[in-house]
Ligand binder design. Structure first.
Ligand SMILES: C[S@@+](CC[C@H](N)C(=O)[O-])C[C@H]1O[C@@H](n2cnc3c(N)ncnc32)[C@H](O)[C@@H]1O
Length: 239
């Protein structure tokens, strides 16, 4: 077998199943996520301020729209993937109430620490915090009623694996709602190189992914609502 081992690896490499470069990219990208969000997590007020720019003043309406799309019922068990500093928690908590359960999942220890502080200040005792890579999404085996992710999936290096894991951990009939951003179209597209650079470096954002398309591929269905001239969208898919 050892004699043929390298040939097997070559076949896997050429077929794209085993790609050491890709694996290396993922590690480096995660390192970038760690670096970028370590800074934002230590300055949650600054992070809150940039929200206004990112959502062009409509952060409440659009975050609410993402949570609404997840069809969350009272007492539901909800996972927020890439929860950051917890800016969607108020909308989720409003829906699940004290009898519900919320798991806030993020790769950045600093973002999670800010989310934990925020949750404690608001007196929510039904939130559990889990650190890890969304591509692995190690959150136990108890299924969730809904999964929400706002401006998170586009920053996850292996976002397809993350979408598959979201599907796996949902109960049958459960909903994944994803809110994310797109580049400008039309005349405003002249600003795209600038937007790409600022949000690429400052937020590990990757605008080249077709998240609704990928959700359709993973779930077999997707519905999309757009906001702010199509620069933000909420997509939801049902398992
Ligand atoms: C732009 S922030 C969004 C935070 C929050 N969802 C919000 O609405 O403000 C992106 C978040 O994705 C997290 N993230 C990026 N890659 C991740 C990964 N592979 N696994 C888990 N979280 C990740 C970052 O740590 C960061 O908190």
């Amino acid at each position: 077998m050892a004699r043929y081992g390298h040939r097997v690896l070559w076949v896997l490499f050429l077929s794209g199943v085993f790609d050491p470069m890709r694996f290396d990219h993922t590690i480096r990208d995660l390192e970038e996520v760690r670096r970028v969000y370590s800074l934002w997590g230590r300055h949650p007020r600054l992070y809150a301020a940039q929200d206004w720019i990112t959502f062009m003043g409509r952060h409440r309406r659009i975050r609410e729209g993402a949570v609404e799309a997840a069809a969350i019922q009272p007492n539901a068990r909800v996972l927020e993937v890439a929860c950051g500093t917890g800016r969607n928690f108020p909308y989720i908590e409003d829906r699940i109430g004290p009898g519900g359960q919320l798991v806030g999942f993020d790769y950045s220890h600093e973002m999670l620490a800010a989310a934990r502080d925020f949750g404690m200040r608001r007196g929510w005792s039904n939130i559990e915090f889990v650190q890890g890579d969304a591509a692995v999404l190690d959150v136990g085996s108890q299924p969730f009623d809904a999964v929400v992710s706002v401006l998170g999936i586009s920053a996850v290096p292996d976002h397809l694996a993350a979408l598959r894991r979201c599907r796996d951990i949902l109960r049958s009939g459960g909903v994944l709602a994803v809110c994310d951003a797109r580049l400008f179209s039309g005349a405003l597209a002249v600003f795209n190189p600038l937007v790409r650079t600022i949000y690429g470096r400052g937020a590990a954002w990757n605008p080249d992914r077709d998240l609704p398309g990928d959700m359709r591929r993973v779930f077999g269905n997707v519905s999309v609502t757009t906001y702010n001239r199509g620069t933000l969208f909420v997509a939801f898919a049902t398992k």
